[in-house]
Design a protein around this ligand. Structure first.
Ligand code: S3P
Length: 436
């Protein structure tokens, strides 16, 4: 297994363009597979997860060509997918299996979909319940875990009151809604990322939003006529990947970092507000809209970070950034506290346990709780380098690589290749910007 050594550095400086946003890339790829014609997606995510989605939709009959970061996908209309003779493999990607479950529920054939050892431990009941209500027949291990067998069929529209704030659940229901008779709506208990809603609109699906309720019109098309139109799109850079560099630059007074073309969708950018609230030196320029998604450039200078509490409705808005925030805790004035974040225990790893264990290895003072953790700030003493076990989780590996930059001595990130799940070039870019 490959590992990466992180040495202490003095600053992060220079410019970087992030690979395409993972969440948006998944959605564009899936909808392109349902459109009639060829979509061209530029700056498509380099993330392994999004290539898992491409593998699945290819097995379902979409034609795909990949040329660097430009991906062309030819769909054969809303009813154009074909049964795959092999089990679909979502590998490590929760977004792939949960969103595709929605689409597979509306097909006139049976599909099997599974993933790697981590994905096979992640709960699917949250999508099984509403999709069953719409008429799909879904079986899973213990009625909850992959592999899933999905017997699609005629779906009926429902109004689903979501019991939890999850963009993946919302998206699975809305995508299934494309195949249902009538209008399917979803009400979320707290705001989550709205890329599915924006992408549906770009591909020409009738979708509307009122408060926390999103409604999509089923597209009952006859004779295989395409109802969704292909798009030509530039995927914005991934803010959740940018956050590792924003955090790293913030740690050093001499840093001066410029991040170009970053996705700043308001349902994702709460992390920038949180950083600013902590005293970070971030400014945003060149704001523009691309396919309904807000994009801009960021400049980041070093700062003394205050730390703070993340709880309640802020949790789903910062969900993928929580590992980085927690790992920054020991470098902040007041430390970082996470509450209401038990969802982190069922991500690519049990992120609360992984954070607590690895922070302790570096000498941090941490209290692990069922729904979060408390990480003591600078008063807990300086961090020292350590061997980090990311438990196969990309965001844990990247968060501790950043923490290692300001620790005393060397940090070794074991199984560092797992970063490729979202950001294959992460370590080389980090070394370049740190002048190493
Ligand atoms: C995602 C939604 C979030 C997030 C995941 C990507 C998406 O998951 O953690 O990395 O693209 O919809 P949940 O919907 O389970 O919160």
């Amino acid at each position: 297994m490959k590992s990466e050594i992180i040495q202490p550095v003095k600053a992060l400086s220079g410019g970087i363009e992030l690979p395409g946003d993972k969440s948006i890339s998944h959605r564009y790829a899936m909808l392109a597979a349902l459109a009639g014609g060829t979509s061209e997606l530029r700056n498509f995510a380099a993330a392994r997860d999004c290539h898992s989605t491409l593998g699945c939709i290819k097995s379902l009959g979409a034609d795909i060509s990949v040329n660097g970061a430009t991906v062309k996908i030819t769909g054969h209309g809303l009813r154009g997918l074909k049964s795959s003779w092999r089990t679909l493999d979502a590998e490590n990607s929760g977004t792939t299996i949960r969103l595709l479950s929605g689409i597979l529920s509306g097909q006139s054939f049976t599909s099997k979909i599974t993933g790697d050892a981590s994905l096979q431990k992640r709960p699917m009941k949250r999508v099984i319940t509403p999709l069953r209500e719409m008429g799909a027949d879904i079986r899973g291990r213990d009625d909850n875990f992959p592999p899933l067998e999905i017997r699609g069929g005629k779906l009926h529209a429902i109004h689903y009151q979501m019991p939890m704030a999850s963009a993946q659940v919302k998206s699975a229901v809305l995508l299934a809604g494309l195949f249902a008779d009538g209008e399917t709506s979803v009400t979320e208990p707290a705001a989550t990322r709205d890329h599915t809603e924006l992408a549906l609109e770009e591909f020409g699906a009738p979708v509307r939003k009122s408060g926390r309720t999103i409604t999509v019109q089923g597209l009952t098309v006859g004779n295989g006529n395409p109802a969704l139109r292909p798009i030509s799109a530039d995927v914005p850079g991934d803010l959740s990947s940018a956050v590792f560099f924003i955090a790293a630059a913030s740690l050093f007074a001499e840093s001066n970092l410029y991040l170009g073309n970053v996705g700043l969708n308001p349902t994702r950018s709460a992390i920038l507000d949180f950083f600013k609230q902590m005293g970070a030196g971030i400014s945003v320029v060149n704001l523009q809209s691309k396919q309904g998604e807000l994009v801009g450039d960021l400049s980041v200078k070093g700062a003394q970070l205050k730390g703070g509490l993340i709880s309640g409705n802020l949790v789903p808005l910062l969900i993928d950034e929580l590992p980085m925030l927690a790992a920054l805790g020991p470098y902040t004035e007041q430390g970082i506290e996470l509450r209401d974040a038990a969802e982190l225990r069922v991500k690519e790893s049990d992120r609360i346990a992984a954070l607590a264990e690895n922070l302790k290895r570096m000498g941090a003072k941490v209290e692990e709780r069922p729904g979060g953790l408390h990480v003591e700030g600078r008063s807990g003493g300086p961090l020292h380098g350590a061997e980090i076990d990311p438990r196969g989780d990309h965001r844990i590996a990247m968060a501790f690589a950043v923490a290692g930059l300001a620790a005393q001595g060397e940090t070794r990130i074991l199984d560092s290749d797992c970063a490729g799940v979202s950001y294959p070039a992460f370590f080389s870019e980090l070394r370049r910007l740190a002048g190493g």
